[in-house]
Design a protein. Structure first.
Length: 168
């Protein structure tokens, strides 16, 4: 009986050990358009994004290398998060960047969601951490990412941005 009680008590402690982070995405007007959660998993970081109020269609979205989201163009977020110094694109034989992901598809109602594994990224310490000094940001672009053109997949202007921060 005591063993069962110990196992039950240990389960919540194990579940609480996962590193987590989040980003609230805002558009150029400062309106909230999405929430992203990040969870450390074996092999990387799982990102789950729920967005609304975006233009319909496919949009490139990436982790960018700087944790700043100053509108209206969000260029303060820097280039793509790329600690491995690779080329851009999931279809590029010399890629991808650590922050490259498939396109976010937004429906006619302006909403979209995605769940992606950021392979090799972490929420711990070191150069692959999304929480490194200076931070990182999640950026949604106006157009689809072509998955191969360096440095940004011809994804167009940045239309939403959120700083990735450790969950509290």
């Amino acid at each position: 009986m005591k063993r069962i009680a110990l196992v039950v008590l240990a389960l919540p402690l194990c579940a609480a050990a996962a590193e987590t982070a989040r980003a609230e995405l805002k558009n150029a007007s400062g309106t909230a358009v999405g929430i992203a959660t990040f969870v450390a998993v074996p092999g990387g970081v799982e990102l789950a994004l729920k967005a609304s109020g975006l233009p319909p269609g496919p949009h490139g979205f990436h982790v960018h290398a700087v944790g700043k989201c100053e509108g209206p163009d969000f260029k303060t977020a820097g280039g793509h998060f790329n600690p491995g110094a690779k080329k851009h694109g999931l279809e590029n034989p010399e890629g991808p960047h650590a922050g490259d992901m498939p396109n976010l598809v937004v429906g006619a109602d302006g909403s979209g969601s995605a769940k992606v594994l950021l392979s090799g990224a972490s929420l711990g310490s070191g150069p692959n951490s999304l929480l490194h000094e200076g931070g990182t940001a999640l950026v949604v672009h106006a157009d689809a990412d072509d998955m191969k053109t360096d440095p940004a997949g011809n994804a167009g202007a940045r239309i939403a941005c959120g700083v990735i921060e450790r969950s509290k």
